[in-house]
Design a protein around this ligand. Structure first.
Ligand code: DGL
Length: 287
């Protein structure tokens, strides 16, 4: 490890070898595997090193200072292992810690908020956008700021949906229970703005509830509402930045996926819900 010119963390690798390093991804837990899934589709031959801070999940209800501290520890772990890109899969960590991470690490940084906002403002026809996220993400106003910067005049309303995270983790992703929960959250959001035509799923877990949210959103607003999840947009951004920086890997074949977690409880049960591909197991690590 060396300190780069601006004192930021980076790993010393021989010139030409950087492109063979893995993409580093971290999340508060296993929800970020939805982002890994998108990355595996966009960049199938890249190696991925994933860190899920399962010992300290959830981040969504913690204070900004705590989330910054945790995010910095996750970033340091991955950068010291050697990565060429750092993908902050966690929306809450992206919302609170991006500035701190930019100062800390000297690798390409991809967050959840900016690409998710970009995808949403591009598809919205009337500029009325709803954002669903954790309490921390909503309170940070990171999405409204990003959306306003990208499309001035956009009307943004937000709703914290804390109950959606445990529903996704428990696999309760269809039927009356998630429908009732979603109906209540979206009804409150519709009271703020009855013209929303686009909803940002601003949390790692919400893509699992997409069919329910899709159905309930149409019933709530009385017209089709486009759902945008940041995972796909993050994968596209990652590929674009790696291409621009000349660090696409050169090897052929399917890339390796290495999963690290800070607590291993229930992982064999929960991870397949988010990843949708077999995995070789986890390493338990300490930050
Ligand atoms: N990964 C978090 C996010 O995307 C959701 C889970 C948590 O609260 O830690 O905001």
């Amino acid at each position: 490890r060396r300190n780069s010119r601006r004192g930021r963390l980076s790993v010393m690798v021989p010139p030409g070898m950087r492109r063979e390093l893995p993409i580093g991804v971290f999340d508060s837990g296993i929800g970020g595997l939805t982002v890994v899934h998108a990355l595996r589709q966009a960049l199938p031959s890249e190696n991925i090193l994933y860190l899920g801070d399962t010992a300290r999940v959830p981040y969504g209800s913690k204070s900004p200072d705590t989330v910054v501290r945790y995010a910095r520890a996750c970033a340091e772990f991955l950068v010291q292992r050697g990565i060429k890109v750092l993908v902050v899969a966690c929306n809450t960590a992206s919302a609170h810690a991006l500035t701190a991470l930019r100062q800390q690490v000297d690798v390409i940084l991809v967050d959840a908020v900016w690409p998710g906002a970009a995808a949403a403002q591009q598809v919205s026809e009337n500029g009325h956008i709803g954002v669903l996220g954790t309490l921390g993400t909503v309170r940070s106003d990171a999405y409204p700021r990003a959306l306003a910067a990208q499309r001035p005049g956009v009307v943004v309303s937000q709703m914290a949906c804390p109950l959606l995270v445990p529903l996704a983790e428990e696999g309760w992703t269809e039927g009356p229970v998630p429908e009732q929960v979603a109906t209540r959250y979206l009804a409150e959001l519709a009271e703020k703005d009855s013209n929303i035509d686009t909803l940002v799923l601003g949390c790692t877990h919400y893509p699992l509830l997409r069919p329910v949210l899709d159905k309930v959103a149409e019933a709530t607003w009385g017209h089709r509402v486009t759902l945008v999840d940041s995972a796909g947009a993050m994968a596209d951004t990652t590929r674009a930045l790696m291409t621009a920086d000349g660090v696409l890997g050169t090897r052929a074949g399917r890339g390796e996926l290495v999963l690290c977690v800070t607590d291993a409880s229930r992982l064999d049960e929960l991870a397949p819900r988010f990843l949708a591909e077999p995995f070789a197991g986890f390493s338990l690590v300490d930050l």
